[in-house]
Design a protein around this ligand. Structure first.
Ligand code: MG
Ligand code: MG
Length: 256
């Protein structure tokens, strides 16, 4: 089934609920960002995020998410060549690591979905630039989320920005509508052609998520059946916000 058939327009009241889910999700991510440093185990980040979400009455929506087997954690933590869907574990972060953290919160019947990437201590110049380009690519995409634009305009803007900076976007994983379900329509890839795709309308809510790779657009899934890595082992990064299309400016729902 095409996700594009599962587009759900939200009312103002529903957007307010999504904003609250997004705010709590942002608090969990902010807690994790504060904790990240050399020697920290990724499982400890996961526990802290879950505590924040549950303290606010939310549910970590990734936990138990269906796949080859249910996703086992609150966070996806993806280090270096891991692009998305990495597991928290006893692994301890080291200086120079590039860490992506993705979190989803269900609260009040709606989901907030967001991610960021950060360096651990001093990282290479290339890693710094990768992180900057990935975070800025998200803003470039959000700026296109205006009534009357199409999803292809958003996708193309992200792709052009990333590729003009010498990096690659994945063609294998995409942004997506989000609401009562974590994955609704439309799909919003990180590549595409302007003027194509679904027309954006007020009340559409989309988790936009640039996934950027240094050496190749190609990925593979590790034997754990979840963790997605670059095929060449090169560094990767991921940024994400849940954003509502409005009559005015795009509304980022996953800010603190
Ligand atoms: Mg996410
Ligand atoms: Mg997402």
């Amino acid at each position: 089934m095409s996700w594009d058939r599962n587009i759900v327009i939200k009312s103002q009241a529903e957007l307010a609920l999504m904003r609250e889910a997004g705010r709590v999700n942002a608090l969990a991510l902010a807690t994790v960002r504060e904790m990240i440093g050399p020697g920290v185990a990724t499982a400890d980040l996961d526990a802290a995020a879950e505590e924040v979400i549950r303290k606010h009455g939310g549910i970590p929506v990734f936990k138990g998410y269906p796949g080859a087997y249910p996703f086992p954690a609150t966070l996806c933590i993806s280090v270096n060549e891991e692009l998305v869907h990495g597991f928290p574990s006893k692994r301890r972060l080291k200086v120079g690591d590039v860490v992506s953290v993705d979190c989803g919160t269900l609260l009040g019947g709606f989901v907030g979905d967001a991610a960021f990437t950060v360096g651990v201590g001093e990282v290479s110049a290339q890693a710094r630039r990768l992180i900057e380009v990935t975070e800025h690519a998200l803003q470039v995409g959000i700026a296109q989320m205006r009534v009357g634009n199409r999803t292809g305009d958003v996708s193309a803007a992200i792709q052009q920005y990333v590729e003009s900076n010498g990096f690659h976007v994945t063609h294998e994983y995409t942004g997506h509508g989000v609401g009562q379900q974590m994955h609704e329509g439309p799909q919003v890839p990180n590549y595409g052609a302007p003027g194509r795709g679904v027309v954006l309308r007020p009340g559409m809510t989309i988790a936009l998520e640039p996934m950027v790779l240094v050496g190749t657009p190609r990925t593979r899934v590790m034997p754990d059946q979840w963790t997605v890595v670059s095929v060449d082992g090169s560094l990767t990064a991921h940024s994400e916000h849940t954003v509502a299309v409005t009559e005015a400016d795009p509304w980022i729902l996953t800010l603190p």
